[in-house]
Design a protein around this ligand. Sequence first.
Ligand SMILES: Cc1cc2nc3c(=O)[nH]c(=O)nc-3n(C[C@H](O)[C@H](O)[C@H](O)COP(=O)(O)OP(=O)(O)OC[C@H]3O[C@@H](n4cnc5c(N)ncnc54)[C@H](O)[C@@H]3O)c2cc1C
Length: 249
Amino acid sequence: MDVQLLEATDDPEELICSAARNDYLSSFVGDQSFAEIMDSVGGDDLEEKKETMIHRLLEHGHYGPFEHPHATFAIEGVSRSCMAQITRHRHVTFDIQSMRYVSFDEKEPEPGEAVVEIPGLSDPGLTGRNADFAEEYEGLDDEAVLENRETAYRDALEQSFESYRELLDLGVPAQDARMVLPIGTKVNIVMTLNARMLMHIGDMRAAADAQWEIREMTEDILDLAAEWAPITFEYYDEHMKDRKNRLAP
Ligand SMILES: Cc1cc2nc3c(=O)[nH]c(=O)nc-3n(C[C@H](O)[C@H](O)[C@H](O)COP(=O)(O)OP(=O)(O)OC[C@H]3O[C@@H](n4cnc5c(N)ncnc54)[C@H](O)[C@@H]3O)c2cc1C
């Protein structure tokens, strides 16, 4: 997985402050410099004044101004399963790599290549919430269990990619042949969202029990957001952890 910031509003926190000051000023923000707009806000310089303003907005849950700055992220190599989860968020604009126009026939069905690698697959500690070993696997040592897991995963991938190629060879269009590809098949995403939505996605998708892949993606996005809008996302990380690190709904 690779997450990059493609494009973002310049000086997002100046924009947040200008929008918020608009609510409380009798004069028009469009006619004033940023220093004038921020004149009555506490702080020795503009950076401190921005901090005062943004902290106050976040403390009071005044989130509207955070909807003005936007950021666009490019995400490489997440599963279609992760894509299905993130695209549930309705205030985000997405572009998703097409399986109609991009053919997967030259990609290898290897974990880590065309399909995501399950990080814990080779960890004996990885078991589902209600997992019980089936009778045939009871009594196997850790090594044998891990080998069986790896084999089951690789066999499924090979079988599905083999069928995909066969369907293409038989003249079936890529948009139909893709039906046999696994949900772990990798996809690239471009997504644009505002700073408020970034925090909301952080709340839900970086939650302690969110699925590992979307949690990893969200943490990478939040790290980039902290470089883009440092006052906002450092405050979010330090003071709103109870939202971020709770259990997902
Ligand atoms: C751990 C986890 C497990 C999940 N499991 C499932 C599952 O099994 N099945 C499933 O279908 N989904 C599941 N979801 C998805 C979840 O139910 C939401 O659909 C998804 O996270 C989008 O978030 P959101 O509802 O906050 O909406 P967003 O689209 O992110 O919107 C942000 C906010 O805007 C407001 N809003 C947006 N649209 C409306 C509207 N039409 N009416 C009223 N308010 C609105 C709400 O306040 C909402 O919180 C899961 C999510 C998580 C994090």
